[in-house]
Design a protein around this ligand. Structure first.
Ligand SMILES: [Fe+2]
Length: 230
């Protein structure tokens, strides 16, 4: 039997190796941000601390994160190359960048970054027991009967004999400290809910792609310098 799989979602995973001193400085800086949270009431009891909701949404401008973001740019270009997008035709803008911190059972619910094109999670501090990123199936192209892959009673009855790539509604991506995951911002993602985290720290950003030249181009945002403020 031959199986032909069509239209995959690509998640790029790479390593970023930085000097431990630089990492420690970033960790300390993030701990200070957590102490100075500006919107503590916004955080649910078991939700992770997310810097973008606490007044710290531009960390790539912080000197202590500069080296990291230089490395991240290289990885983003590899991601574009994987998709065979011509990097010379595109300008990349980081529109927001922030840290997340998870302790105990804290987690991040399913969400997507609707105002962005490319997103990533880089693991600045993580041990193997800390929660991983989960991706959620959205189109269920193989779900021949509605609810077959998502309804808990179908699972409980054992009608799906085995969870695999072709029928699963969620997939955990195993990651270690220093890993970066790059993915489309529109992909539904969250973190594993039932793990005990020991101050897992990740850094994320939203990146927007803009055309360098809009001539004869219907899609892709035109260059910022051509925009007119009303
Ligand atoms: Fe996210």
């Amino acid at each position: 039997m031959q199986i032909i799989n069509l239209f995959p979602l690509s998640i790029v995973k790479e390593k970023i190796s930085l000097d431990q001193n630089i990492k420690n400085q970033m960790i300390e800086e993030i701990r200070i941000m957590v102490k100075n949270s500006k919107n503590e009431k916004y955080k649910r009891g078991i939700s992770s601390w997310t810097g973008d909701t606490q007044g710290f949404e531009y960390i790539c401008r912080n000197e202590k994160f500069k080296k990291l973001f230089i490395e991240i740019k290289k990885k983003i270009l590899n991601y574009l190359n994987h998709l065979k997008i011509d990097e010379k035709a595109i300008e990349l803008y980081i529109t927001r960048s922030w840290a997340t911190v998870s302790n105990g059972k804290e987690n991040i619910l399913k969400h997507k970054h609707q105002q962005s094109h490319i997103s990533f999670a880089y693991y600045l501090k993580k041990n193997n027991n800390d929660s991983n990123l989960i991706f959620f199936a959205e189109n269920f192209q193989n779900e021949i009967v509605p609810g077959l892959f998502t309804n808990p009673t179908v699972r409980r009855r054992g009608i799906i004999k085995e969870n695999n790539l072709f029928n699963t509604p969620t997939i955990d991506i195993k990651t270690e400290e220093d890993d970066i995951l790059i993915f489309p911002s529109k992909a539904d993602h969250g973190t594993q809910p039932n793990k005990i985290n020991n101050e897992r720290i990740s850094i994320s950003a939203d990146i927007v792609c803009v055309a360098k030249n809009s001539e004869l181009l219907e899609s892709i945002m035109p260059p910022l310098q051509n925009w007119d403020q009303m």
